[in-house]
Design a protein around this ligand. Sequence first.
Ligand SMILES: [Zn+2]
Length: 276
Amino acid sequence: MLISMIELMKKAREGHYCVPAIAVENEHSVRAAIKAAEEKRSPLIMISLFKVNPDICYFGRIVTDLAIRAGVPVAMCQDHGGTYEEAIWAIRAGFTDVMADRSTLSFEENIAQVSEIVRIAHAVGVGVEAELGHVGIATNYEVDGTSGFTVPAEAVEYVERTGVDALAVAIGTAHGVYKGVPKLQFELLRELREKVPVPLVLHGGSGTGEENLKRACRMGICKLNISNDLKRGAIGNLNENCKDGMGAYAMYPLLFEGYKNVAAGYMDLCGSAGKA
Ligand SMILES: [Zn+2]
């Protein structure tokens, strides 16, 4: 069943669990993500960057067809849409939701651009996630205590003025590969969860550590974005089974299996297993 991620996140918020958002890039990864969700009886959110799939209407046909046939609820969200045009393409491709990321712009400019996308998306029943504060790149990442974190009062005003359905917050995670284990700002998360009326999203889930993530999911994160760990799981499984070269013939099934297992592990960690 194809469904907006906003519905899935609202249920997660009420039920105190989180839905992993699995990065997909092609038919194989979409099938692996759906298979993991079906085996775990978990709702599923899939995410994809426009730059990975610029032929987005074709990709959208694959995704929506497989999602409609899935035995669990599945949402498809554009990840980090950076322009007005990207959002329009995602809507046209049949994505259920878009993320409009203007987190590097000023507060007012972020509000102005995202509000425009919210108006268009909501006109056709598409949900919108935006980001306030900025989740950076892990390799450039240094914790200095405050820089880039989401400010609760600003988040409240931002949600009210833009009308976004979900908010990605910066509480200490980063995209990519960390140098160590990041230190998350749980007090800040608690305050955001109390004050912000829409479900919260955490980007940069890969490598953040099981304890950190379990705690964040319990404390009100309703969507956890995962990308790097899935790819490493897929590559690792291929390498392990391809030492004599013969495994190369099973390249796609091995990548599929590795990808699926990591996705399934995150469904257990997030508490979404058994919730579909
Ligand atoms: Zn992200």
